[in-house]
Design a protein around this ligand. Structure first.
Ligand code: CAA
Length: 304
């Protein structure tokens, strides 16, 4: 078994587009056994079928052999909803990839603290939420945050921010909470490298570097549409052909998920209290209408 900086087994919590992609690169590139957990059986079925499709495409394109594809697939084990976080008890590292909600992440990291070994790394794939706040929830009940045990427990929490689609995008953004220890940072960085990624680091500020820059850009594009400055297609084509972006900003917003874009923008706005991050009314209304983009078939574009 290949070992990535001491990570002999990985837990991934959440089998959506991000969690599935992380499980795939960990199994295929870092060659680490992965326990993939999601409380929704439908999400697991969807995630595994996409994983099989991507592995089959890699084989068809001659990038990997069918043996390598089978070995990678065999490294992924499903942990069902009924077992919960207890099923990840023995892993060396866990990566949480659920939706962008602080209370949800706090309750997950509290269960990690209760169930996982004290030397296991606890990583969050959050796009914007404070890693320091998440780390503060990863301390067992009745343990003080200032005690040695409290510092050790929170010190294993780190931000490991992958980009969508995970198998294609080359970057992982590494975020240190106030509590994160240097050893946790080194091990998390080495693991991302073993997954085939380049790593940049960011301080724990709202949106980190990536979304503090990307989200105002997307929001300005939505405001251009809202004000009637240009049509949807002209906004996207301007950025695609004029600036060589692979996708226009409205198409990219659909791809990320409009609900996710709004959640990140709200974190930026509330975290900085700076009006330049205020989400556009059109984005809020589209999320009110439950038009979430590519994931549910309707956003700025329509999808089959
Ligand atoms: N999962 C896995 N692979 C995918 C994929 C998916 N959802 N979608 C496309 N791909 C793969 C394709 O299979 C194809 O692979 P091969 O070269 O092996 O055939 C490759 O990507 C190129 O795909 P296409 O030829 O179909 O289409 P394309 O050339 O338009 O590329 C794209 C698609 C890679 C998604 C490209 O449009 C792109 O780079 N878009 C920008 C994506 C981006 O900015 N992502 C970051 C979003 S921000 C984020 O994730 C973080 C956050 O915090 C919000």
């Amino acid at each position: 078994m290949s070992i990535a900086h001491g990570i002999r087994s990985l837990g991934v919590l959440g089998a959506g587009q991000m969690g599935m992609g992380i499980a795939l690169v960990a199994a295929l590139r870092a060659k680490v056994p992965v326990l993939l957990h999601d409380r929704s059986p439908e999400q697991i079925t969807k995630g595994l079928s996409l994983m099989d499709k991507l592995l089959a495409k890699d084989v068809a394109k001659g990038r990997i052999t069918s043996e390598q594809s089978k070995e990678a697939r065999d490294r992924v084990t499903i942990v069902g909803g009924e077992v919960g976080v207890k099923g990840l008890r023995d892993v060396d590292m866990v990566i949480e990839a659920v939706s962008e909600s602080l209370p949800l992440k706090q309750s997950i990291f509290a269960s990690f603290a209760a169930e996982l070994r004290l030397d296991a790394i606890l990583a969050s794939n959050t796009s914007s939420i404070s890693i320091t706040k998440i780390a503060a929830s990863a301390i067992p009940n009745n343990v003080s945050a200032a005690s040695e045990e409290g510092k050790k427990s929170a010190g294993r929490v780190v931000g490991l921010h992958f980009f969508n689609p995970v198998p294609v995008m080359k970057l992982v953004e590494l975020i240190s909470a106030l509590q994160t220890t240097p050893e946790t940072l080194d091990r998390a960085r080495a693991f991302a490298v073993a997954c085939g990624k380049e790593v940049t680091t960011s301080k724990d500020v709202p949106g980190f570097v990536s979304n503090a820059l990307l989200m105002p850009f997307i929001n300005e594009a939505i405001m251009c549409l809202e004000k009637g400055t240009a049509t949807r297609d002209d906004i996207d084509t301007t950025l695609k052909l004029g600036m060589n972006h692979p996708m226009g900003p409205l198409q990219l917003a659909d791809f990320i998920g409009l609900d996710t874009c709004l959640a990140i923008q709200q974190t930026l706005y509330e975290g900085t209290r700076d009006s330049k991050y205020r989400p556009s009314v059109l984005l809020e209304r589209m999320v009110d209408a439950q038009w979430y983009g590519k994931k549910n078939g309707k956003g700025f574009y329509e999808y089959d």
